[in-house]
Structures are given as structure tokens and as C-alpha cells.
Design a protein around this ligand. Structure first.
Ligand code: SF4
Length: 243
């Protein structure tokens, strides 16, 4: 099975901003339980060993999340290591000249990202002593931290049961529990579903599992439906690309 993670989408900005009402996606208690159990079991056997899963440092999680926006895991891995060797803390990054930071970023692309990362580092040093707040509204007040990144920082650095919805997670939840239509048009409801599905106290593993499952099993173009542990109740099974 392919190991590349799909590029992530950008997401909305503030949770407090009024959103259009969207009816929740109905999920039976039995399917909810099965999905959680099977996903966590699959992850325990197949989850990827990635360096940002060996740290809880908010800065290191932030760097990984910004790099993973729009860039595949395989390309991020060497740059992530190089970056942390050069800028091991938020302070180191904040003190570095922006021109050098942009050069260090090369060749990841989408070059607004090092500028944002540098600006987040500077703001973090001035306002929070070089770390990140765990409060979602404070996180979202940083330019460059959207709803997805705030959720990832809360889940992966602070171990909160915070929802995430990147491209992979959106695709998996939409296929399994909706099955048809355009996932992007149901983003608000899928955020709600992402939150409702998290087993209490297991947000870290559950969210990591969802991302890996979307990258390795329920991939965008050629999902492994015949081997999939969700096939018995997945609404998109068997997936057909042009349905
Ligand atoms: S059955 Fe296919 S479409 Fe459904 S979750 Fe599994 S891989 Fe994805």
C-alpha cells in the first residue's frame, strides 16, 4: 500500500465566526463503535513511524503541520530534520533573519509558509514566551494558524480530544458515513462528525489513525476497498471514482 500522505487542505479561520447551519450527519451507535474500534486496531498494526509522533513540543508539532500543508510526507521528512537542527526552538527561529529562513525552506514550495512560520515564532516569543497557547481562540488569533492546524496542535501537542479535518480525514468520513455528493460542500457537518467520532481520551491516536488510514487505505484515487475493515458498513463501498 502507498505510504504518501495526501496534501492537506486549508481550513476556516475562527470557531466563533458564525457558520451556515448544517444538519449533523447521522451515524448509528453501532457504526460509530465499529468505526472507532476498527480504526484504532488498524492503526496499532499499520500506523506510520514519523518523527513528529515522538514529540509533544508545540513548536515541533507546529513545524510539522505547516510543512505537511500541501507537501507529501516523504518530501517533508528530510526538511523537518534539517529545520529542527538549524532552528531547534521557537526563539531560534524568531531570531533568524527571514531571508535565511526562506532559503532554509527551499525546496518545499508554497513559500508563504516559511514567512508565516517565522511570524508565528516571533509572536509566540513576544506573547507566550516561545510556546503556543492551548486555547483554540488564542491559537486561531495567529496569522497562519487555521482551524485544522489549531486542532492538530491541541490534539498532538496538548493531547486534547480536539477534532481535525484535513483532506484525508474529510475523505474518509465522507465516504464511510455519507457516501455520495461533494465532501467539500459538507465541511461544517464533517467537522461536527470528526469531533463526535473521537473516543474520549483517545484523540491523539484516533486523529493520527484517521490521517494514516486516508493516506494508506482510503486513498483519493485507488482505495483498497476489498481489504478495508470498514467495507461492511461504508456507504461508498465499493468505491467507484466517477459515481
Ligand atoms: S470501503 Fe473503500 S471507500 Fe469505504 S472506507 Fe474502505 S477504502 Fe474507503
Amino acid at each position: 500500500m502507498g505510504a504518501a500522505r495526501q496534501p492537506r487542505s486549508k481550513s476556516g479561520k475562527t470557531p466563533s465566526r458564525r457558520r451556515r447551519a448544517s444538519p449533523p450527519i447521522p451515524v448509528s451507535p453501532a457504526h460509530k463503535r465499529k468505526f472507532r474500534e476498527r480504526l484504532l486496531k488498524w492503526y496499532a498494526q499499520h500506523g506510520r513511524d514519523l518523527p513528529w509522533r515522538k514529540t509533544a513540543a508545540p513548536y515541533e508539532i507546529l513545524v510539522s503541520e505547516i510543512m505537511l500543508q500541501q507537501t507529501q510526507v516523504d518530501r517533508v521528512l528530510p526538511k523537518y530534520r534539517e529545520w529542527l537542527a538549524k532552528y531547534p526552538t521557537m526563539e531560534d527561529l524568531a531570531e533568524a533573519p527571514l531571508s535565511e529562513v526562506k532559503k532554509t525552506w527551499y525546496p518545499l514550495g508554497y513559500n508563504i509558509r516559511p514567512i508565516r512560520l517565522h511570524s508565528i515564532a516571533r509572536e509566540s516569543v513576544v506573547r507566550y514566551g516561545g510556546t503556543l497557547p492551548r486555547d483554540p481562540d488564542r491559537l486561531l488569533a495567529f496569522k497562519g494558524i487555521g482551524r485544522y492546524t489549531a486542532g492538530a496542535i491541541r490534539a498532538f501537542a496538548f493531547r486534547e480530544d480536539a477534532p481535525i479535518l484535513d483532506t484525508n480525514v474529510m475523505r474518509v468520513l465522507h465516504r464511510v458515513f455519507v457516501g455520495k455528493g461533494d465532501a467539500k460542500r459538507q465541511k461544517t457537518a464533517l467537522w461536527g462528525l470528526s469531533e463526535a467520532m473521537i473516543p474520549r481520551g483517545k484523540g491523539y491516536d484516533f486523529n493520527q489513525a484517521l490521517m494514516d488510514f486516508g493516506a494508506m487505505v482510503c486513498s483519493a484515487r485507488d482505495p483498497y476497498c476489498l481489504l478495508c475493515p470498514m467495507s461492511g458498513f461504508c456507504k461508498a463501498y465499493p468505491f467507484q471514482r466517477d459515481r
